[in-house]
Design a binder for this molecule. Structure first.
Ligand code: AMP
Ligand code: GLY
Length: 424
């Protein structure tokens, strides 16, 4: 069959790589894709929010399955548009993607169905939010309700910071309409784990766990970013914790969505905090994580098309998800200055090394193919260098070795991705 992948980041490159391993796929298209994806798929110049063009392209190119990568088109209802046009699509419909699209919705769902999460209140006006802060315990966490490019969460240590945050979100509309509502919640401490799962509306199957490093600098310092690196599996996500989460968090979430008439088919990404009181949900995402996909998918043994079709058809119960008994580490190569300001357009060299080394991957995120100079940098997060190894330590050593193969001016990366495993 022909497959269309929607999106243009490292996550979509990792999805494309997994699809390219499927024995069932003839041709892969990607809208709009990037310079790395172009090596394994035909990239088409259609943006992720151009729903009608995507549907028309899928119809005209005999696409058997369209896989939607990013949150925006999912929350905006691309899967509904495709289904109405008779095109099979992997990903939640709009009424289910709200699990990520509205933090107020997801918090209310967890409260209603007793799913462990931080205590919270929802506000629709700044005055009430500000009044609430007067008696709140610090630090306190402010969240814009809607999608905000991963930047809509503010952790405030002082009352002034919190008041300022409420103003930014609700009055200055720093995150646009995402700030029409907001959640104020209790600050939790503990280790974070990302758990990606496949869902078919009723059954949930867990992929191997991962951990993200969100801050720009070593030792988790500096500004929040879209992710500076990941490792998988997380040694902190033990069998015991997994069993608890299955029973108290994963299955209850899928059941809750079904009970609400919002059957979730696709990937639910559970952002968890392992607190002293047990695992609690930090956030839900309605898609693969980026850069979690870059360490989880290379370790998946199943044919990804079989699994995705089972999700669409409500037959996930028949699938046995299998992962290699190894580990993977992904180090993001960024442009120095990210996430604030940085230069672009620098020539990238060394990419051919990855073709010579099985078990090493270079997933493109912010690159562009120049007609005269080859691959050049085109964003803050440029590439995700992933390596597998027999255990996390080995995978980490391999990934940092491969990081040296790639060169471009103003290359910046964290040196401590996966270092947390030393504490496990
Ligand atoms: P989110 O987009 O909801 O995952 O939030 C981004 C990051 O903010 C999370 O990965 C956590 O590091 C942090 N965070 C979110 N909510 C809380 C909370 N209630 N307590 C502590 N940290 C939080
Ligand atoms: N890595 C976090 C996310 O994809 O939202």
């Amino acid at each position: 069959m022909n497959v269309l992948i929607v999106g243009s980041g490292g996550r979509e490159h990792a999805i494309a790589e997994a699809v390219s391993r499927s024995s069932r796929v003839d041709k892969i298209y990607c809208a709009p894709g990037n310079a790395g994806i172009a090596e394994i798929a035909e990239c088409v110049d259609i943006k992720v929010m151009e729903f009608d063009r995507i549907a028309k392209f899928a119809k005209n190119h005999d696409i058997g399955l369209t896989i939607v990568g990013p949150d925006d088109p999912l929350v905006g209802g691309l899967v509904d548009v495709l289904e109405e046009a008779g095109i099979r699509a992997f990903g939640p419909r709009k009424n289910a993607a709200i699990l990520e699209g509205s933090k107020a919705f997801s918090k209310d769902l967890m409260k209603k169905y007793n799913i462990p999460t931080a205590q919270y209140e929802v506000f629709t006006d700044a005055a009430s939010a500000l009044a609430y802060l007067d008696n709140a315990k610090l630090p306190i966490v402010l969240k814009a309700d809607g999608l905000a490019l991963g930047k809509g969460v503010l952790i405030c240590n002082t009352l002034d910071e919190a008041r300022n945050g409420v103003k930014e979100i609700m009055l200055d509309k720093k995150f646009g309409t995402a700030g029409n509502k907001m959640v104020i919640e209790e600050f939790m401490t503990g280790r974070e784990v990302s758990v990606l799962t496949f869902c078919d509306g009723k059954t949930v199957k867990i992929m191997s766990s991962a951990q993200d490093h969100k801050r720009a600098g070593d030792g988790d310092t500096g500004l929040n970013t879209g992710g500076m690196g990941t490792f998988s599996p997380s040694p902190f996500f033990t069998k015991k914790i997994e069993d608890y989460c299955k029973k108290e968090i994963f299955q209850p979430t899928v059941d809750a969505m079904k009970a609400e008439g919002r059957e979730f088919k696709g990937v639910i990404f559970f952002g968890l905090m392992l607190t002293e009181e047990g695992p609690k949900v930090l956030e839900y995402n309605a898609r693969f994580g980026d850069p979690e996909a870059q360490v989880v998918l290379p370790r998946m043994k199943n044919d990804i098309i079989d699994v995705m079709e089972a999700c669409v058809d409500g037959k996930l119960g028949k699938i046995k998800l299998e992962f290699e008994d190894n580990a993977a580490v992904c180090v993001i190569l960024a442009s120095d200055g990210y996430p604030v300001s940085y230069t672009k357009g620098h020539v990238v060299t060394g990419l051919e090394e990855f073709d010579k080394h099985p078990g090493y991957y270079c997933f493109h995120a912010g690159t562009r193919k120049s007609s005269t100079r080859g691959v050049v940098t085109n964003g803050g997060r440029v590439l995700g260098v992933t390596a597998v190894g027999e255990n996390l330590r080995q995978a980490r050593a391999n990934a940092y070795e491969a990081v040296q193969w790639v060169k471009f001016e103003n290359k910046y990366y964290r040196k401590d991705i996966g270092k947390a495993i030393d504490e496990a």
